[in-house]
Design a protein. Structure first.
Length: 491
């Protein structure tokens, strides 16, 4: 592929905030490319043309048509602009294929929570067009040096490029969550236009099926994960999820780069969602947000009672069941709990029943609400993240930035970004939250009790808050690390 001083990167992703977001991938897909562009890297996104994407991007123009990809419906490639702020825009290629992407629901499931039966074809098209744009078969003049693939949805791009006979870009595969692997029946190999020889243990085959993610991890030039600790965890059971052998064999190509956060979007000094903005120098103004949160969620207004917040998918990975187990004990401290999230219906139901049983202490909002998520980060005294595993996590960083010390299981990116509160770490001003191990209901509740003791010591609590607010969670360090990785792959 051509070289120049200015690196060109195609960032291939299935979601990007604010157009479409189901988790941290959406946030990263907006913030990391923006940070890379600040380093003078020419980054363009490649996205499926979901209805909201097509409706929201600006200055759309047709740049190519793909009518002869035998395995896929005809599609049009649009070039548009994603506006992240009044001054920040990112060029984005959008795949306009109504037959695959113009439907209700989220990117992966219908409105009833069922996975789209043609997801292999939908994200096979994303991967295929990504590969074409990153090769000498591209119909457009802009040729990237790097194809930066993200999670299973773009995992076939390195495989398609591996079997391309001409020139191609170097590839990077970023794992945001190894638990989601894009597994489909073996017949999908032919359906997606991959050569039959690729269906092998040294290829795309995964326990008799096709795995998009394994394909990406096997054929890519480099692998990254979203935190340093997670990069080690996935090379062994249980967090390798069947891919630990491959990842361990490729450990020299595997790098952990901890995510940052969008510090302009998540800033208590300027956050428009807050009732009152505040800084570490004027933490007393944070209290107005606690009052507003208690009022909004129908809880008694009480400045002295510890208020715990949760913004999360409600599932086993996130430790929602542990939260449910300790809720009656939490109420007796006494303390309050506010939860925002959705996912598993049984866990949603159990949380709803807890709120009905303890209406003066527990409040639940099922669904997603961006404004409320910001108010919880600012209004809660402490933030709970009992995840069994967490590749990186973002809310623990939001929480520290908002002076809301997080309580987290000592795993993955949580371990990399939260410093446990102890007499020693309070003394050296590094304490920023509470780590617990093992990941059990008792482990979680013991950490909560530790936090409550510090909460009642107002001087040390404020010291803990200020330590967290002083930490630098910007994308600058992460983007610089990716820049160096890109450079290592280009002549």
């Amino acid at each position: 592929m051509p070289t120049s001083r200015k690196l060109r990167v195609l960032f291939i992703t299935s979601e990007v905030y604010p157009l479409c977001k189901t988790g941290g991938l959406g946030d990263v897909s907006a913030a990391l490319p923006a940070a890379l562009r600040e380093l003078n890297i020419d980054v363009k996104l490649l996205l499926p043309g979901y209805p909201r994407v097509l409706a929201s991007v600006k200055y759309k123009s047709k740049v190519a048509e793909f009518n002869e990809l035998q395995q896929f419906p005809a599609s049009t490639l649009l070039l548009a602009r994603l506006s992240l702020s009044k001054t920040e825009n990112i060029p984005v290629f959008v795949i306009d294929c109504p037959g695959l992407f113009c439907r209700d629901g989220d990117p992966y499931m219908d409105t009833l929570g069922r996975e789209w039966p043609d997801n292999a074809l939908r994200f096979g098209l994303l991967s295929k067009i990504g590969a074409i744009l990153c090769s000498d078969a591209s119909p457009i003049a802009w040729r990237p040096h790097i194809a930066h693939c993200n999670d299973w949805q773009s995992g076939l791009t390195p495989a398609y490029l591996h079997y391309h006979q001409g020139k191609r870009s170097a590839t990077i595969m970023t794992i945001h969550n190894l638990a989601f692997q894009g597994i489909f029946p073996p017949g999908s190999v032919i359906q997606l236009g991959l050569p039959i020889e690729s269906f092998d243990v040294n290829g795309v085959e995964y326990y008799g099926n096709l795995s998009f993610l394994k394909a990406g991890l096997y054929y890519t030039d480099r692998i990254t994960t979203v935190s340093a600790h997670y990069a080690h965890e996935i090379q062994t059971e249980p967090l390798g999820f069947g891919l630990q052998g491959l990842l361990s064999a490729r450990h020299n190509d595997l790098t952990g780069i901890t995510n940052g956060i969008a510090i302009n979007q998540w800033n208590p000094e300027t956050d428009a969602y807050l009732i009152k903005n505040y800084t570490s120098k004027k933490l007393s103004d944070k209290a107005a947000n606690k009052t507003a949160l208690q009022q909004k969620m129908g809880l008694p207004v009480d400045a002295d009672i510890p208020l715990f917040g949760v913004v999360s998918r409600l599932n086993h990975q996130k430790g929602t069941d542990l939260l449910i187990q300790i809720a009656p004990q939490l109420v007796k401290i006494p303390a309050q709990l506010v939860v925002l999230g959705s996912d598993q219906a049984d866990l949603e139901h159990q949380l709803t029943m807890l709120a009905q049983t303890y209406p003066a202490a527990i409040a639940i909002r099922i669904g997603f609400d961006e404004a409320l998520s910001h108010l919880i980060e600012a209004g809660a005294d402490c933030f709970l993240m009992p995840s069994r595993f967490e590749p990186c996590g973002l809310n623990q960083m939001y929480s520290q930035r908002y002076g809301t010390p997080p309580i987290v299981h000592a795993t993955g990116g949580l371990l990399d970004t939260v410093s446990d509160c102890s007499p020693a770490t309070l003394a050296d001003e590094s304490a920023s939250g509470f780590l617990f191990e093992p990941c059990t209901a008792n482990g979680l509740f013991n950490a909560i009790k530790r936090a409550v003791l510090i909460f009642r010591d107002k001087e040390n609590w404020q010291r803990l808050q200020k330590n967290g607010m002083a930490k630098d969670f910007s994308w600058q360090a992460s983007a610089t690390a990716y820049q160096q990785l890109y450079k290592s792959l280009t002549p």
